[in-house]
Write a protein that binds this ligand. Structure first.
Ligand SMILES: *Cc1c(COP(=O)(O)O)cnc(C)c1O
Length: 353
């Protein structure tokens, strides 16, 4: 820390992203990326022609991309916000819709970035414990007077709320924004996008990083009523109007055009998830009922941190969290079927030794 850092950031603890090591080649199951490359069309959209226009700023309104997303999800352009990854959008949401008297409420076990954003923006927050079995009890979110932030499916548990449950939370928080973070919704859940026309307090956030194989491009999007979107635009235009670069813009538009490819990949990942879950259960693991592109698993008598290290030694990277309630677990991204067969084989030899 320099002696110049603003006092208000001295105690700020930054988010720790999953490791991206370069020391050797790992089977990388630690950051929930897609194991499949973007579609051919998407790669080709990052064209030489566009590259040769990088001397020019990109379109700050992202008009064509918004149009494509609006059409794909049955809304209007004015209901769509896009920015540099959904983390960017979540950050803007905490800035725009919480602070002062407006607290934020979210589960104790969820995406770690929510707490970081609260601390960054000095937003008071309430962490509501998940039930014993890691499910969200929706009654906990119907009587607060705070902005509500729910990842659905939740991370790192993968557990899904139904659309009916989401609607209960949204409708009972009439005077507060409800942010539904749907980073993993394409792996078997039902999106709340259909509720956007009905509720002016709902913001649905999605990302290209997981189901659309574009984590490296940095692109997130959100749906809400026109006024919520204008509020987010205000924040974006007050920080970085050009937050999406030309190459990413083109990739994002093209990805919508090759939707079939991504839908097929998600189906494959769901299939792979199901057989991996069964195989882990056969090895004696307890595995949560995940609707995401990862599993969350523990085995009695096996220390979570130890297993993580053993897997790493054997060339498999998974994610281990040290928070008390979940330290026995590891979060395992669903890779290709070959990756997962390898994972199971190596896990088997570790737990049997
Ligand atoms: C991965 C993830 C994000 C962030 O995605 P980006 O669009 O890559 O910034 C947001 N929320 C959750 C729950 C995630 O797991």
């Amino acid at each position: 820390m320099s002696r110049f850092l603003n006092n208000k950031y001295i105690d700020l603890e930054a988010y720790t992203p999953g490791e991206q090591p370069t020391d050797m080649k790992y089977i990388k199951l630690n950051t929930n990326e897609s194991p499949y490359p973007p579609s051919r069309e998407t790669i080709e959209a990052i064209s030489y022609d566009e590259g040769s226009r990088l001397n020019l700023y990109p379109d700050p309104t992202c008009g064509v991309l918004k149009e494509a997303l609006a059409k794909r999800y049955g809304l209007n352009s004015e209901n769509v916000f896009v920015s540099n990854g959904s983390d960017d959008i979540l950050n803007f949401s905490f800035m725009a819709f919480a602070g002062g008297r407006e607290k934020a409420v979210f589960p104790d076990v969820t995406y770690g970035f929510y707490e970081v954003f609260c601390k960054l923006h000095h937003v008071d927050f309430i962490k509501v414990p998940l039930c014993e079995d890691f499910t969200i009890c929706i009654d906990d979110y119907t009587k607060n007077s705070s902005m509500v932030v729910i990842a659905n499916p939740n991370a790192p548990t993968g557990i899904l709320l139904s659309l009916t449950e989401i609607e209960k939370i949204v409708s009972s928080n009439f005077n507060h924004v409800v942010v539904i973070d749907e980073a993993y919704i394409d792996f078997g859940g039902e999106s709340a996008v259909s509720l956007v026309k009905k509720y002016d307090n709902l913001l649905v956030v999605q990302t290209y990083s997981k189901s659309r194989s574009l984590a490296g491009a940095r692109l997130g999007y959100a749906f809400g009523c026109k006024e919520l979107i204008l509020d987010l635009e205000k924040i974006k235009y007050s920080t970085n109007p050009y937050s999406i670069n030309r190459l990413t813009l083109n990739a994002g538009i093209s990805s919508i055009n090759s939707d079939d490819y991504y839908v097929a990949n998600c189906k494959q990942i769901i299939k792979t998830r199901d057989f991996t879950k069964k195989a882990l259960e056969e090895l004696g693991f307890y595995v949560t009922d995940s609707y995401a592109n990862f599993l969350f698993a523990k085995k009695d008598g096996v220390d979570g941190g130890w297993l993580y290290k053993q897997l790493r030694k054997n060339g498999v990277l998974v994610r281990h969290f040290t928070a008390d309630r979940i330290k026995d677990f590891n979060r395992i991204t669903i890779g290709t079927p070959e990756h997962m067969k390898k994972l199971i084989e190596i896990t088997k030899s570790i737990v049997n030794s």
